[in-house]
Write a protein that binds this ligand. Structure first.
Ligand code: DHB
Ligand code: FE
Length: 312
């Protein structure tokens, strides 16, 4: 039996009541958003004939998702993080702002408070011996495309098992392993030594994975390295690079891959390069320059303080 009740005046009135639109108290913006979202949900239940069983399965899934702390994990998986980036790009395009270094999603696994150093840092503590040594470096540029000494480069990535410190289910990693803050030197240069990360996968058996499986999708990401780059007078840039050659570069469950964010990985095995980097064997080298953009009317029109999570 198919019925449609969404357009009934009493249902439309009910949506206003549910959203507090008939009350003076509360937050008008919240009322506006909830009224729209609840209306869209009521209409979907009506149009798709969503059964009580299907509805309550969804509620149980939301409880599982919240209990697992995974709302931030499914958000990129359902393309919302990427959609928000596309909107920021469109806003910039409408304002005539060019982003020479593209933005891409933050992901849910940043931790504030990583150790800070100037010019150079080693990110890994040497305990992940499966990883190929990586040297990554570049110049941070200001909005005039000149080197930007003092720019802050926050970098984080996972290990060869795909686990991030602070979120490692084995508890194996020390706090802030593979997480550092590097202040660009007097020439705007940043450089770090680490290991090449592996791809990442959402936790097996998790509510996030359950939904993706039901959609016939996987929860894997290609190997990647995250960055926040900030400097006075400039907008904070949130981005990532992918490790060239990863088979999932164009099949990322979080949709973070973008043109301009897959730098070359150069294999170095000559003595001179090895010596120049104080290493004792071959390594992979990535060069990646970063270009920041100016504040808009003196403010960062994109900054997202709420997502800053402090170290536990
Ligand atoms: C997720 C994990 C990541 O490492 C990332 O960069 C983006 C998303 C996730 O689990 O949703
Ligand atoms: Fe990540």
């Amino acid at each position: 039996m198919t019925v449609k009740i969404f357009d009934r005046p009493d249902v439309q009135e009910f949506l206003k009541v549910v959203s507090g639109l008939d009350k003076a108290d509360g937050n008008p913006r919240m009322k506006e958003i909830i009224h729209r979202l609840m209306s869209d949900l009521f209409k979907a239940i009506d149009d798709l004939n969503i059964t009580p069983d299907e509805y309550w399965t969804g509620v149980a899934w939301l409880n599982d998702l919240g209990a697992a702390g995974q709302a931030g994990l499914i958000s990129p998986g359902l393309g919302l993080d990427h959609f928000i980036d596309e909107r920021l790009d469109a806003i910039d395009a409408a304002m005539g702002i060019d982003n020479p270094t593209p933005r891409t999603i933050e992901g849910p696994l940043y931790v504030a408070g990583a150790p800070e150093s100037t010019g150079f840092a080693r990110l890994d503590d040497g305990s992940d011996t499966d990883g190929q040594t990586l040297i990554m470096h570049g110049v941070v540029h200001d909005a005039d495309k000149k080197p930007m000494p003092g720019a802050k480069v926050e970098v984080w990535h996972c290990d060869t098992r795909g686990f991030y410190s602070h979120f490692d289910p084995t508890g194996k990693q020390a706090p802030f392993n593979m997480r550092r803050t590097i202040i660009a030197d007097e020439n705007g240069r940043y450089k770090f030594q680490s290991i090449l990360p592996s791809g990442y996968g959402v936790p097996p058996g998790s509510p996030t994975e359950h939904l993706l499986s039901a959609l016939g999708r996987h929860g894997q990401r290609p190997a990647h390295i995250h960055f926040f780059i900030s400097a006075p007078g400039h907008r904070k840039l949130t981005t990532q690079i992918n490790i060239e050659g990863d088979p999932l570069i164009n099949d990322d469950f979080a949709y973070a891959t973008r043109d301009g964010l897959v730098p070359r990985v150069v294999e170095r095995n000559d003595e001179e390069s090895i010596h120049a980097n104080n290493l004792n064997g071959p390594f992979a080298e990535i060069e990646f320059d970063i270009f920041l953009t100016s504040l808009v009317d003196g403010v960062d029109n994109q900054v997202n303080e709420k997502r800053k999570r402090e170290a536990a």
